[in-house]
Design a protein around this ligand. Structure first.
Ligand SMILES: CC(C)(COP(=O)(O)OP(=O)(O)OC[C@H]1O[C@@H](n2cnc3c(N)ncnc32)[C@H](O)[C@@H]1OP(=O)(O)O)[C@@H](O)C(=O)NCCC(=O)NCCS
Length: 180
């Protein structure tokens, strides 16, 4: 069994073009921008709206949350904060974790999502996690493709899991397992 505080320290991760740095209060403006991006909200099925105060409190709380690892995705060439990625819903007993990512739409389709996902999955497996899982809505084939490129496999489908503006949408379940 893995420790409950698996993510007591979250390391920065580096890819060819990106720095993934632990998400914190210094990422307020970028986080607010992401949370006001209607297309990113739709693609993640996010209905909730977040006040500036709530986001400040959330970012300030992350360093004390040792059961999840959140990173800001920073483009190295210009320092732009282009998104965020997280390992959450960790089960130390089962050695499994959830995965979520959101880039701002203006930065989508340039390979950054695949690059980020590969790095975070590699980190998770190196940390001793056996399984990394996610759900993605069927109206998001770009995300499905990026996840497949990063090693995720489709395992199933929760039919009509989301009702978004009158349309029912399936949720596709995908996962990577360590020796799969
Ligand atoms: C999902 C997300 C992380 C993917 O990252 P990305 O940088 O945009 O994706 P990439 O450029 O790495 O890869 C996209 C792939 O999908 C393909 N693609 C793009 N649009 C597609 C479509 N409509 N149908 C099928 N494939 C598509 C691209 O061609 C590319 O594959 P290829 O390299 O084989 O050509 C990013 O778009 C994002 O954060 N979007 C907003 C929020 C979101 O959707 N989050 C995920 C919720 S589960």
């Amino acid at each position: 069994m893995l420790p409950d505080d698996l993510f007591r320290t979250v390391p920065a991760l580096r890819t060819d073009r990106l720095d993934l740095v632990p998400l914190g209060p210094e990422h307020l403006e970028g986080t607010l921008a992401l949370l006001s991006d209607p297309e990113a909200l739709r693609l993640t099925g996010t209905r909730q709206s977040f006040s500036r105060e709530a986001v400040i409190a959330w970012l300030g709380s992350l360093s004390a949350q040792h059961d999840r690892a959140d990173w800001a995705v920073i483009r190295r060439e210009d320092g732009a904060h282009i998104g965020e990625v997280v390992l959450n819903d960790v089960s130390p007993e089962d050695e499994t974790t959830g995965f979520r990512i959101a880039l701002s739409i203006e930065h989508a389709g340039k390979g950054y999502g695949t690059e980020t996902t590969r790095a975070v999955v590699a980190f998770a497996l190196e940390a001793g996690l056996h399984r990394v899982e996610l759900e993605v809505y069927a109206f998001n084939p770009r995300a499905v493709r990026a996840y497949e490129k990063a090693g995720f496999v489709v395992e199933g489908r929760r039919r009509d899991a989301l009702l978004w503006e009158g349309e029912r949408v399936d949720a596709i379940m995908m996962a990577v397992v360590a020796d799969g």
